[in-house]
Structure formats: structure tokens, C-alpha cells
Design a protein around this ligand. Structure first.
Ligand code: PMP
Length: 461
């Protein structure tokens, strides 16, 4: 591929590659930055400029970029057996071994895995199998899925419907009759009536809202609740203490399944291989993983299912016979071999312990940004942080969307050789888990200077 120049890549991309989540108005003029090399916590563009990657690719390159061991594991599997179908009674060694490993890593009796190709598909599978599970139990009316405003669950038709971020809906249709939305657990921006509540009272408020919503729909019509432990793309929203466990208990009260979307949080981002039980004290009925499962080296997603669900869906059925769900690439041997190596690296290098140690320092440095006049809120945990920019701190006023403040901070960081991710006016950070204290300092110095520069440009400094 090296026969092409930077400009040729740039043009081919601009003319033919429809990028996900891209603003075409600016894209047509500016085109894209072509990233060509990567190593550790750095990526380099085709012009040779290195950047400290503050977002691990896209919440995923947990073990760091450019690991030779991953290349070897992938190459070995390709030369041994690159692909054979996983349907019916056929399997392959890495898929079987990884299934056992994921059962070992997952809490409670989440002992069974359905493989897909990413996070959206893991969530799709969870919903399809939730319906199938209740149908097999003769509970045919249990269909509604309760999700949350500002939750992000992906971009297939069904995962997009589960997603509660208003800005992602424009111009698209959705499976409106299937999904119900309740409030985000957003400590910073609360709904009317909840502004002055203590954290514990706000938690009661959210639980009451959930329970009332179930009762209004009728528990016989509700199949499941889906939630991220910390909402990621919705702006890194951390729920009040005790929230997840109480939401889980409410699900159990009404015979609903709890689907934990751990696409971002699993594999160490918060210092645990799986966050739900270790950090939040509940064991979901289904648990969706992707991203950190292979550290993004190869696409792979997984939906873990409890023994109870497995027993129901695997009972020989009198009609139809098969569980008619699956993908050509379910349990792809190369992806599963990559996941096994990735998990081995995480364990050998004790990356969860590393995040437990450096994560609090990372968060502390983030909190120092709160001195700046346009930083309204700093939130998150360990290597998952959101910084919300506002025009007036006391009023929590948002900047006009057209001002593109998040994007301006991103550009300033880029000039300083650091990549952050603007989600509207929330700056999201999710670095590779191998990030050190020194690299943390480099990142936050650049971010501090960048936000300060934008503050000055706005005349607010
Ligand atoms: N769930 C969550 C919590 C996510 O953050 C994402 C992706 N950012 C997805 C699901 C969708 O994953 P994918 O893009 O791999 O389909």
C-alpha cells in the first residue's frame, strides 16, 4: 500500500469511505487525518506526527498499540486454521478455550457465551435471546426493553433503538414499539424535581421512576432492562451509589432480565475484568462484551448468558428445533485466538492492578481541570473520565452547539500531540490501560492548556 502518497490516501478516503458518525459539512472541506503507525500509548499519522492516544483507539486498545505477541497469536492461528464455520456441531479450539475462559472471568453463573463481531451485535443478541427465553417459557407478552436516555448500545437497527442519545436519532426510524426510555442516572444534570436531592434521595427517585414505569407498562409486558455500569458515549455518567444493585433487585421483583452492557467497562477500564459484580455488587443475567476483549486488534463481541437462561434456551424444542440465531463469524478462530492472547497479556502484566494503582491518580489529575472557568463537571472513575464544558458554571449553561467548543478543545490538544474525544461538549478520556503516571501528566498538561486556550478565545478567562 505504500506506493500511495499521503494526498492520495486522503483523496481516496474522502471520495469513497463513509466514516461512522461524521459531520459531512466539515468532512468535505477538511477530510481526515490518516493514522498509519501505532506503538504503546502513541499513534502516528502519515505526516510522521506522533500523538498520545488518550482514548485507546475508541475505548478499546486496552493492552496498548502495536504488541508483537498479538501479531504472532493472530498469524499462528491464520496459518494453523483461519476459519471454519461454527454452526451446528462444528467448533474450533480457540472458540472453545475462550468460552471456558470467559465463563471463568464472568461473575456468578454466567457460564455460556454467544459470539458476535462487536458491541452492537452483542446487545442485539441479548435482546433476541431475552425474547426467545421468555417465549420458551410461554411468557409471550414479555417484550419491552427498558433502556436509559443517554445510554449508548450501538448502531445496528436494534442497538440503535436501545440507544437513548437523542442526537443519534435524527433522520432515522427506530423500533419505537420495543424500547422504553427512563432517565439517565446523571448526577450533574438532574430532571426537574430532583435537583436538590441528596445522592441517596436521587437514587430513590431513579428507582421509583423505574418501578413506576414497569408498573405502567405491566410487568407481564416487560422483558429486560439494559444498562452500562458507567454510561460512556452519553458523556461518562456515573450513577449514584447503590443504583445498579437496586435496579437489579427491581428487575428480579418483576421477573425481568438485567442486561449489563460492559462493552466499554469489561477488561480493566475500571480496574476489574468485569465491573458489574466486583464494583457494583450485582450479577446480571446477560453480560455484553467487545472492545477490550481483543483490545481492538480484531473485531469480536460476546454475550454471556446465565445457567438459568441457557437451560431454557437449550431445551430440545418440539417445534422448529434449532436456535435460529448466529453469524458466519460467531467464534471466529482468529478473533478468539487474539482474545485469548489479549487476556493472557492482561493477566501476566497485571493490568487490572495497574489501573487500580494509576487510575485514581489519573482521575485526580482530571479533577484539577475543575479550576478552569469553563469546566462544569469532572466525572468518571479510573481510566474512564468525562469533562463537561459549560459557558456558566453556576447555571450549568451549555454552549450553543454551533460554537463547537468540544471540537475546538480537541483541535488544540491535537496541535499539542494529544488525542482526546469530544462528545458534544464533554471531553472523554479512556486511555490504553498501560498508561503510566508520566504519560498521564503529559496528557493533562496538554488538556489543561487546550481548555485554557479556548477559554481565552471566548474571552471567558
Ligand atoms: N455498547 C457500548 C457501551 C458502547 O460504548 C459501544 C461502542 N462505543 C457499543 C455498545 C457498540 O459497540 P460496536 O461499535 O462494537 O458495535
Amino acid at each position: 500500500m505504500s506506493e500511495f502518497t499521503h494526498t492520495e490516501f486522503f483523496e481516496m478516503d474522502k471520495q469513497h469511505f463513509i466514516h461512522p458518525y461524521t459531520d459531512f459539512s466539515t468532512f468535505q472541506d477538511e477530510g481526515s487525518q490518516v493514522i498509519s503507525h501505532s506503538e504503546g500509548v502513541y499513534v502516528t499519522d502519515t505526516e510522521g506526527k506522533p500523538y498520545l492516544d488518550g482514548i485507546a483507539g475508541l475505548w478499546c486498545v486496552n493492552i496498548g498499540h502495536g504488541r508483537r505477541e498479538m501479531a504472532e497469536a493472530i498469524s499462528n492461528q491464520v496459518t494453523t486454521m483461519e476459519y471454519y464455520n461454527p454452526f451446528g456441531h462444528s467448533t474450533n479450539k480457540p472458540a472453545a478455550q475462550l468460552a471456558a475462559k470467559l465463563a471463568e472471568l464472568s461473575p456468578g453463573n454466567l457460564n455460556h457465551v454467544f459470539y458476535g463481531c462487536g458491541g452492537s451485535v452483542a446487545n442485539d443478541t441479548a435482546v433476541r435471546l431475552a425474547h426467545y427465553y421468555f417465549n420458551m417459557k410461554g411468557l409471550h407478552s414479555k417484550k419491552k426493553i427498558i433502556s436509559r436516555c443517554d445510554g449508548y448500545h450501538g448502531s445496528t437497527y436494534l442497538a440503535a433503538a436501545l440507544t437513548g442519545i437523542q442526537g443519534t436519532k435524527y433522520g432515522f426510524d427506530a423500533a419505537d414499539n420495543l424500547v422504553e426510555y427512563i432517565s439517565a442516572a446523571n448526577m450533574y444534570r438532574r430532571p426537574v424535581g430532583a435537583e436538590d436531592l441528596t445522592e441517596a434521595q436521587y437514587c430513590d427517585f431513579l428507582i421509583d421512576e423505574f418501578e413506576n414505569h414497569i408498573l405502567q407498562l405491566g410487568p407481564d409486558n416487560v422483558a429486560a432492562f439494559i444498562a452500562e455500569p458507567i454510561m460512556g458515549a452519553g458523556g461518562v455518567l456515573v450513577a449514584p451509589a447503590g443504583y445498579h444493585k437496586r435496579m437489579y433487585d427491581t428487575c428480579k421483583k418483576y421477573d425481568m432480565l438485567f442486561i449489563a452492557d460492559e462493552v466499554v467497562t469489561a477488561f480493566g477500564r475500571l480496574g476489574a475484568m468485569v465491573a458489574s459484580e466486583e464494583l457494583y455488587g450485582y450479577t446480571p443475567d446477560m453480560l455484553c462484551m467487545a472492545k477490550g476483549l481483543t483490545s481492538g486488534y480484531i473485531p469480536l463481541g460476546a454475550t454471556m448468558l446465565s445457567d438459568e437462561i441457557y437451560q431454557v434456551i437449550s431445551k430440545p424444542q418440539c417445534e422448529g428445533g434449532l436456535l435460529s440465531h448466529g453469524f458466519t463469524y460467531s467464534g471466529h478462530p482468529v478473533a478468539c485466538a487474539a482474545a485469548l492472547k489479549n487476556i493472557e497479556i492482561m493477566e501476566q502484566e497485571k493490568l487490572c492492578e495497574h489501573v487500580q494503582e494509576v487510575g485514581p491518580y489519573f482521575f485526580e489529575q482530571a479533577q484539577k481541570l475543575a479550576d478552569l472557568p469553563i469546566v462544569g463537571d469532572v466525572r468518571g472513575s479510573h481510566f474512564m473520565v468525562g469533562i463537561e464544558l459549560v459557558s456558566n458554571k453556576a447555571e450549568k449553561s451549555r454552549f450553543p452547539v454551533t460554537a463547537g467548543i468540544g471540537q475546538r478543545v480537541f483541535k488544540h490538544c491535537q496541535e499539542r500531540g494529544v488525542i482526546v474525544r469530544p462528545v458534544g461538549d464533554v471531553i472523554v478520556l479512556s486511555p490504553p490501560l498501560v498508561m503510566t503516571r508520566d504519560q498521564t501528566d503529559i496528557l493533562f498538561n496538554a488538556l489543561y492548556e487546550s481548555i485554557a486556550a479556548v477559554t481565552q478565545e471566548l474571552g471567558l478567562g
